[in-house]
Design a protein around this ligand. Structure first.
Ligand SMILES: NC(=O)c1ccc[n+]([C@@H]2O[C@H](COP(=O)([O-])OP(=O)(O)OC[C@H]3O[C@@H](n4cnc5c(N)ncnc54)[C@H](O)[C@@H]3O)[C@@H](O)[C@H]2O)c1
Length: 427
């Protein structure tokens, strides 16, 4: 079988580092044969790495999709507010699509993409990478085996990590719902997807609370300048001092590459980025408006309840899920890559490791790579069913996130059936 030929639209962090590397490891299955990005540095980086013919390199997705179809599929890895248009255009051209989450920042646009894909008969997989991580596949397998009986309640915590919040949701790309999307969609559409998938039933009602409590001007220390490099008198005691966090050799490649916008983030480029770019701003003086903590209570069919928490104020990026069943209790830590299952009959607790030997822990517990592997399988007709995040399923879990945001803002309990009907009327 010939390898699947893919065009990467948006050669940023996700396009370049999360998904395209699968082609280098598996050239018999996937080849990156085109790239579109206005940044010459990123485009060139991708062209050289994947040996892409120069005539297949474009300065925008628009220019790339103007050409009659010349590959099997596209990876849409542009920013949140730049998914709808390339997705609609790619569907029209007949490309299958690996579409970054969120599908789109409004419920209406999500539904329009879903409908267009269905009508055109193209496959669209949404990048809910956690569903492809060994850890959550194991959780799902245990639940489906009946080992812990029927699910009664789930307690799920998304620990964003204080530094991650400061980077992405205070200073960075996802800090303002007007320019990206609400945080429950940007960050936690993955969690809504996991919950819907693991429970295997529809969400019936929900309510939510949350706000931007800390990363705002109210908490700005006296005399702090707008940029960390402008002689901040609080530099030594501020955990978010940009020079300290970005220019340290301990900072991960991902943060350094994102802060500089350069796949080769040298110390010189980092200092320049901190001095002049968005990542050098005082975290208490940014244009951010997304929440730093939020809770959602959800009810699913069959009297299943869920308490979901997303909060910035945690030392590490982590997801912890506790599933309370009629016959047993499951606790999982994605960071530790472990699941503990307690049987109520025997009282015995079994510890299960979930590290994926093939993909390792990097990239969402191996989910980034697992997603591309399954995208190839779906296109080859080798994988179907609810293990993959086909757009129809993803649209449903996105609607839960949109409803949660509406509840948080309006202070009301949302009935999902009514909410969905209201959304359908808008399409
Ligand atoms: N699935 C996940 O777990 C996950 C994790 C992080 C981010 N994301 C999502 O992935 C998307 C990309 O995030 P990222 O961190 O890679 O962002 P990024 O900013 O690093 O990459 C986006 C790229 O799009 C390019 N671009 C801008 N205009 C363009 C155009 N007209 N045509 C082609 N390219 C254009 C930019 O130059 C940039 O290189 C976002 O929607 C984000 O929310 C998903």
């Amino acid at each position: 079988m010939e390898p699947i030929r893919v065009l990467v639209l948006g050669a940023g962090r996700r396009g370049t580092d999360a998904y395209a590397p699968y082609a280098l490891k598996n050239p018999d299955k996937l080849q990156i044969t085109g790239v579109a990005d206005p940044s010459e540095i990123r485009r060139e980086h991708m062209r050289i790495r994947h040996n892409i013919p120069p005539e297949n390199c474009f300065a925008s997705w628009q220019a790339c999709l103007e050409r009659p179809r010349f590959a099997d599929a596209v990876f849409i890895c542009t920013q949140d507010r730049m998914h709808f248009e390339p997705a609609m255009k790619a569907i029209e051209a007949g490309y299958d699509i690996l579409l970054e989450k969120p599908i789109a920042p409004t419920a209406r646009e999500c539904s329009l993409i879903e409908r267009a894909a269905r009508e055109a008969g193209v496959k669209v997989l949404v990048c809910h990478v956690l569903r492809y991580a060994n850890h959550y596949r194991k959780v799902k397998e245990i639940v489906d085996s009946g080992l812990i009986g029927e699910i009664v309640h789930i307690n799920h915590i998304e620990a964003v990590g204080d530094f991650h919040q400061a980077h992405s949701y205070v200073r960075g790309n996802w800090n303002n719902s007007e320019t990206s999307s609400p945080m429950i969609l940007a960050k936690s559409c993955h969690d809504m997807d996991l919950l819907r998938w693991i429970i295997g039933k529809k969400c019936t009602r929900l309510s939510s609370f949350g706000s931007l409590k800390y990363f705002n001007r109210t908490h700005m220390p006296e005399g702090a300048p707008p940029r960390c490099t402008d002689g901040c008198p609080h530099a030594a005691e501020c955990p978010y001092n940009a020079v300290k966090v970005y220019c340290s050799p301990d900072t991960s490649y991902w943060f350094r590459a994102a802060a500089t916008g350069d796949p080769n983030p040298t110390q010189e480029k980092l200092l320049e980025a901190v001095r002049t770019g968005p990542y050098g701003r005082c975290v208490f003086q940014c244009d951010n408006n997304v929440v730093d903590h939020m809770v959602v209570n959800l009810e699913f069919e069959g009297e299943v309840t869920v308490a979901f928490t997303m909060a910035a104020f945690t030392p590490a990026i982590e997801r912890e899920m506790t599933i309370m069943g009629t016959k047993g209790y499951l606790r999982g830590s994605l960071k530790q890559e472990k699941i503990w299952v307690t049987d109520f009959l025997t009282g015995h607790t079994e510890e299960i490791g979930t590290r994926n030997g093939q993909f390792g822990q990097i990239g969402h517990g191996g989910g980034d790579e697992g997603l591309v592997r399954d995208f190839v399988r779906v296109l080859r007709g080798e994988e179907t069913g609810d293990r993959v995040t086909e757009i129809g399923i993803s649209c449903e879990s996105h609607m839960i996130a949109f409803a949660a945001e509406e509840s948080r803002i309006s202070g009301s309990v949302i009935d999902m059936e009514t909410f969905m009907r209201r959304q359908a009327d808008k399409v």
